[in-house]
Design a protein around this ligand. Sequence first.
Ligand SMILES: [Zn+2]
Length: 541
Amino acid sequence: MYEAVGRFFSRFAAILVYATATLAVAHAAEPPRLVLQITIDQLRGDMLPRYRDRLGTSGFRRLLDGGVWYTNANYGTSNTFTASGHAVLVTGADTAEHGMVGNYWFDRTLGKRVTSVFDPEFVVSPRSLLSTTIGDEIVSGLHGARAFAVAGKDRSAIIPAGRRGRAYWYSDDTGAFGASAYYGKDIVQWVKAWNDAKPADRYSGRSWTPLDASRAGGTSDESTNRYAVPYPGLGKSFPHPLPDRRDAKFYEALPETPFIDELMLDFSRELVTRENLGGGPSPDYLSISLSAVDYVGHAYGPNSAEYADTIVRLDAVLGRFLDFIDQRVGIGRTLIVLSADHGVDEIPEVRAAQGYDAGRLYPDKILERVNSALKSRFKVNDALVAAFVPPGAYLDRAKIAALGLDASSVESALAEELRGVPGIAYAIKRSDLMTGNVPQTALMRQVQRGFYAARSGDVVIVQKQFWFMYVDPECCASMHGSPYSYDTFVPVVFAGDGLGPAKIARPVEPASIAPTIAAILGITAPSGSTAPVLTEIVEHR
Ligand SMILES: [Zn+2]
């Protein structure tokens, strides 16, 4: 009896070993043919579970239910903006190593505010990105692999494409998909043909109405639409009529509706087909950044019916796109990563009405206020602060030197003045961030990891919770960009490629995505990457 059981177990064990070995061999022989990194701009981590009952089975739920879903992923940095978030997602680096302190910063050499992808030679390019990207590493490390990035915004395509990939993004001047001359002067024929057919024009004069009129209220209270800041002409509540294409504003208004994501995925489908992505000798890389959720969230708030409808519509078009990928490449041979560049907060006026201390910071007024305070403190006539580009105040160092003032006294005085501004929680000096002389709190750690001395301000501020802070204080109804949970919380999902299903609740950061992709493919992680690999993904593949 004992012997029989023993034999049974040893035979069972042998079968197990054999099965495991076969599985390992099968996987090793079949690397993914395509790495598909999908980024939903402004998709806070609770949004997909919130609207779960309205989602189909082929879109988001195919990834959430079938893949490995990290339900507790937060950015570990304070600068939760589009450029910084995308940089983290594709480099796995902290700010000092990827360089994208925000969508904008003050360039001390040029003496002006620049965008994250500004390039004096090519208008826009990835030259400000300090680290390699996962796309760069795929092209460098795998023979014949190619990298592409598609987005609704220039920065969301250019940063993921890195220097070795090619970026295409929607132009709100022309409705066409363009690229920077940085990528070469040659016109790509299929892109030209696609643009010549003017596919954006099919939305001319279309009216955006909710898919499910009975739920037009979403989860919002009725006051939300009062505070909406829609694109001029689209209106504060449903239906939102798009202008006619002959109206110069049509191409600018289109991204403020869910239709832009449909267009984006149509273009992506064309790109996969024409470039034969997934058909080469090594896995290709495609980054798709979908931005309608961000535009709509900014305009109507994250609890609006518009935000909910945008997610439901995106789910449907994403489902069709994943069906296409399945037919063409095979979901099992595609490594899919879904995440978001940042979350979002409720409209500050709604927060205030709920009894919270909430409001808006006005950068120009703050600059004026601190400059006049410093003038009287140091008894000078000149402005000592050159710029305030949230979250940084930048000193005019040349002027301070010319006036014979002590730079560190001016820096301290500026921090002190900023601390007195309503809505500002902390004002931290550059010298303290560089030497690590900050309180040992989790929040300060986020600020340090969001800091890059060459581009951040001489004093970095953190707004209080629920306070809206952006270069344009009235651009939008709601905002992100803070170190608080509503801005840092995002989904992280690995799917396809034989992964899942699994739901993992341990805390992780989106920064782990790029080094994990690298580990799966057996290539070097992006140069600036310091985040740990997600071991569940690599070990269970
Ligand atoms: Zn945004």
